[in-house]
Design a protein around this ligand. Structure first.
Ligand code: ZN
Length: 186
């Protein structure tokens, strides 16, 4: 009797307050206010470190990008380290090399070469020795319908390369865990 309840609750681990903070952060980020968004992403990420480390990792990654966009290399570096440590610890083989490459490129593009070098020195070897992610054949898009570009609950972007399908019509938001239904193709 309780198992059903627990299973249902497993996918809604964020509090209403955390969802609210995330929604605000995503609004700020898409309005170009990276300096406002970054600490909000970092705050929720930190709260989720222990209870939901995979979601925390994705949020640390958002915080790292936002701090870099806001011109704060030291804070960005701290968040990038937190993200990569969790990605590697929890063997998130698809996310690790993508985030590593993107954040290193961003640091270099913004002239934050110290942060780029630190990430490369600390994580380059670990990322390079990860097993190559298995490329599961994508199911035909026609069967799965069209997803919104952002999570309706927290506003987080829905990345086609890192979504996890729950069933043929449903994905789970990688940030807040909301279940998002796709719209059938016409
Ligand atoms: Zn969400």
């Amino acid at each position: 009797m309780f198992r059903t309840l627990r299973t249902a609750m497993r996918d809604t681990p964020l509090s209403a307050a955390q969802i609210e903070v995330l929604a605000k952060a995503n609004q700020m980020a898409s309005a170009g206010n990276a300096a406002g968004a970054a600490p909000l992403f970092a705050e929720v990420a930190h709260e989720l470190d222990a209870p939901r480390p995979r979601r925390a990792a994705n949020l640390h990654a958002r915080a790292a990008h936002a701090y870099a966009d806001a011109g704060r290399p030291q804070l960005a570096l701290e968040q990038a380290r937190a993200a990569l440590n969790l990605f590697i610890q929890y063997q998130m083989a698809d996310r690790t090399p993508v985030f590593y490459a993107n954040i290193t490129r961003k640091f270099n593009n913004k002239g934050m070469t110290g942060a780029a070098t630190a990430i490369q020195n600390e994580f380059g070897g670990k990322v390079g020795s990860l097993p190559v992610p298995s490329q599961a054949p994508a199911r035909p898009a026609a069967k799965r319908g069209v997803l919104p570009t952002n999570c309706p609950k927290c506003g987080g972007p829905i990345h086609s390369d890192s979504i996890s399908w729950v069933d043929n019509q449903t994905v789970e938001c990688e940030y807040c865990g909301a279940l998002i239904r796709s719209t059938p193709n016409r």
